[in-house]
Design a protein around this ligand. Structure first.
Ligand SMILES: Cc1ncc(COP(=O)(O)O)c(C=O)c1O
Length: 371
C-alpha cells in the first residue's frame, strides 16, 4: 500500500456512507431497478448541472459517445475528427459505428486539441468534431464550434474527464449537438460501478438517444432502430444523485490542490506543470506533470510510497487495436511526446496539503540526486 495513494476511492465514498446506504435501501425497497424515478431525477439534476435541456443516462461513457454518433446518423464512410492525445474510448466510439477517427494534434501547453489544426483535417467525408476536455480542462469550444458551423459539421464533446469545467463561462457538455460523459468510479462524479450520460439541448436528439439506449424502443416491444441495452440503472442513478451535490466542492478542492502543486513545483528539475488556457477552467480530474526523466521519477515516487499513474503510456494511434489504420510512429509527435513524458500525481478530494507537500518534497529529492 502506498502511504499516499494515487486515488482513495474508498475514503471518498465513505465520506457519504450514511447517505449512500440510504439511497441503496430506498432502491431495494422500491422493487424497481431499471428506468425509474431515480434515473429520471438524476437526469433532471445532471442536465441542470450541465446547463442543458436534457440528460440521458446510459451504461458507461463509451456507450454515451457511441450512441451520440448513432443519434447523429454517423456511420460507414464518415470521418470523425478526434484529438491524437486522448483515451482510446474517444476513437473506439467512431470505429464502432464504422466511421474513421481522424486524429489531430493537441496544443503543447494544454494537451487539448489544437483548433488551428482542425481545418486542415476536414475532408468531404468529415461529419463530426469530437473534442475531449482532457485531464479536466475545457477545450477551446468557441473556436471549435465556429469551425463546425463554417463546415456544417456536428460536435460531440467527450466530457468524461471534466464535469463542472467551463469555457467562457459555459459548462463543458453544453456546447456540442449531443455530448457524452462517464461516471466511471474514478471520474470527478463517480458511480459505484459503470455509468454514463449524454447531454443535449435538442429535443429530437434526446428522444432518439432514449430509444437507442433501450433496444431502439420508446414503447415496450415496439422497436424503431437496432438499438442497444445501455441503460443507467436505478441503483447507480440513486447513488449518483446522492453524490452530485458534492461535485462543486469536490472540484473546488481539486483546483486548490492543483494550485498548491503548481506553486510548489515551479523550478523543480525539468518538471512542466499544467497550464490552464485563457477562458478555460479545469476541474483537475488529473494533475499531470511532464519530465524527460518520467520513468525514473515514477519509480522513485513508488519507492517512497507515493502512487502515480500514466495517462496514457501509448497514444491510440500506436495501439495494436488500430494497427490496420497504418498510423506510424512519429505521425503524431506531440501525442507521442506527451505519452513518453507525462506523469499523473495523486489528486482527489481529501488529499491534504501536507500530503501534497510530501509528494513535492520527494520530487525535489529525486532531482537533487539525479540532476
Ligand atoms: C476521455 C474519455 N472518454 C471516454 C471514456 C469512456 O468512459 P467509460 O469508461 O465510462 O466507458 C473515458 C473513461 O474511461 C475517458 O477518459
Amino acid at each position: 500500500m502506498h502511504q499516499i495513494p494515487f486515488l482513495d476511492l474508498k475514503a471518498m465514498n465513505l465520506s457519504l456512507e450514511t447517505e449512500l446506504q440510504r439511497a441503496f435501501t430506498d432502491v431495494l425497497h422500491s422493487g424497481w431497478f431499471i428506468l425509474g424515478k431515480n434515473v429520471a431525477a438524476f437526469e433532471e439534476e445532471y442536465a441542470k448541472f450541465s446547463g442543458t435541456a436534457h440528460a440521458i443516462g446510459v451504461a458507461n461513457g463509451l456507450d454515451a459517445l457511441h450512441i451520440a454518433l448513432k443519434v447523429l446518423g454517423v456511420g460507414a464512410g464518415d470521418e470523425v475528427i478526434v484529438p491524437s492525445n486522448t483515451y482510446i474510448a474517444t476513437m473506439l466510439a467512431s470505429s464502432f459505428v464504422g466511421a474513421t477517427p481522424v486524429p489531430v494534434e493537441p496544443r503543447a501547453a494544454t494537451y487539448n486539441i489544437n483548433p488551428e489544426l482542425i481545418e486542415a483535417a476536414i475532408t468531404p467525408r468529415t461529419k463530426v468534431i469530437m473534442p475531449v476536455h482532457l485531464y479536466g480542462q475545457a477545450s477551446e469550444m468557441d473556436a471549435i464550434m465556429a469551425i463546425a458551423e463554417k463546415h456544417g459539421l456536428y460536435v460531440i464533446e467527450d466530457n468524461a474527464q471534466s464535469q463542472g469545467a467551463f469555457y467562457n463561462g459555459r459548462p463543458t457538455g453544453s456546447f456540442g449537438h449531443i455530448n457524452g460523459t462517464s461516471f466511471y468510479p474514478g471520474k470527478n462524479l463517480g458511480a459505484l460501478g459503470d455509468a454514463g450520460a449524454m447531454t443535449t439541448n435538442n429535443a429530437e436528439y434526446d428522444k432518439s438517444a432514449r430509444s437507442w439506449r433501450n433496444y431502439g424502443s420508446h414503447k415496450k416491444y415496439y422497436n424503431e432502430v437496432l438499438g442497444f441495452n445501455s441503460r443507467l440503472d436505478e441503483l447507480q442513478a440513486a447513488l449518483l444523485l446522492t453524490k452530485l451535490p458534492s461535485l462543486y466542492n469536490d472540484n473546488a478542492e481539486r483546483e486548490r490542490i492543483a494550485a498548491l502543486y503548481t506553486e510548489l513545483l515551479q523550478g523543480v528539475g525539468d518538471v512542466i506543470t499544467p497550464v490552464v488556457a485563457d477562458n478555460a477552467t479545469s476541474v483537475f480530474h488529473l494533475y499531470v506533470i511532464r519530465s524527460k526523466k518520467r520513468d525514473a521519477l515514477q519509480e522513485y515516487l513508488t519507492q517512497n510510497g507515493i502512487g502515480t499513474m500514466i495517462h496514457y503510456p501509448v497514444p491510440p494511434h500506436l495501439q495494436e487495436a488500430y494497427s490496420d489504420k497504418g498510423w506510424k510512429q512519429g505521425q503524431f509527435p506531440l501525442a507521442e511526446e506527451i505519452a513518453q513524458t507525462c506523469l499523473s500525481l495523486p489528486i482527489f478530494p481529501g488529499l491534504t496539503d501536507g500530503q501534497v507537500e510530501r509528494v513535492v518534497e520527494v520530487i525535489k529529492a529525486f532531482f537533487a540526486q539525479k540532476g
